[in-house]
Write a protein that binds this ligand. Sequence first.
Ligand SMILES: *Cc1c(COP(=O)(O)O)cnc(C)c1O
Length: 361
Amino acid sequence: MTQITPQPGIMEIALYEGGASHVAGIANAVKLSSNENPFGPSDKARDAYAKAVYDLHRYPSSDHSSLRTAIAKVHHLDPKRIICGAGSDEVIAFLCQAYAGPGTEVIHTEHGFAMYRISALAAGATPVEVPERERVTDVDAILEAVTDTTRLVFIANPNNPTGTMIGEGEVARLAEALPPHVLLVLDGAYAEYVEGYDGGASLVDRRENVIMTRTFSKLYGLGGLRIGWGYGPSHVIDVLNRVRGPFNLGTPALAAAEVAVLDTDWADKCRTDNTRLRAWLAEALAEHGVPSDTSTANFILARFARQSQAEACDEHLKSEGIIVRRVGGYKLPHCLRITVGDEASCRRVAHAIGKFMGAVG
Ligand SMILES: *Cc1c(COP(=O)(O)O)cnc(C)c1O
């Protein structure tokens, strides 16, 4: 019998399930299951990606200096305190690998993003789930859960899959009240969708115990490239860079992301469209008897009376060629997460849900 066994914790990891992208038998299904930008990236980013084909024989930049400079310029940050990863998922993994491990705890919230638990387990640490208050991050509950062995606290603000967010004052209160051995990670995957919000960057600048993570996968429409970044205190960025592989990002990804972040007109257009269509979609669903919390991201968490109703609605949507996300794995079995698509997709999903709700009475 083999004695080849993985490290403790690894076999507790449930495989991450991405949003479905096909419905059997339907050719042009609309995919609203992965919070992707329906318009895709800036045309300039597509061009930069295509041009990078001529450099494929060269190793990519290892310090990501041009991308960090571009990010710093647009977001008014110190480029020396930015780290880039293969999606913000990789930055999350670096954090767990560097700061957590056997005998330590990693806190995430009740309906928090799945990668926090997965990365904590992969590092051998113990994930600790903290209740939310009506699908909103509860700072006091987090503080109560902190122990001597806590190393990291992850909150997404706005959160996925709830779409809710807490105010900057609450986030600052959390950062200030944490004991000195705990690092607060502010996951800002959807920060760009909130007009005027810096994702927590100014808090990072004021403190030594806060890091922010961001991504090009959502508003920037580059999920297929796998590119994200983090902004933190120098001592944390130094640690993460020691864990990071020297060539963790390919040349096409670096080139496209650099141009994408500089194209603020495209980002503004995508944010404005999302805000308008999100409000329209939430109202349309509410009129059909399907409420949702006020979302600050590019999706809506549609709430049904029961799990069976949410599942039946999902089946109905699938039969109409519309793919949304079941969130039972996030302890929200009576909900469906629906990405805000383009106008036609929003109308299509609202119409289909209206038809379903009319039929169930
Ligand atoms: C989508 C998402 C991410 C990251 O995605 P990457 O594609 O790895 O950058 C991180 N956190 C949350 C909450 C997300 O929804």
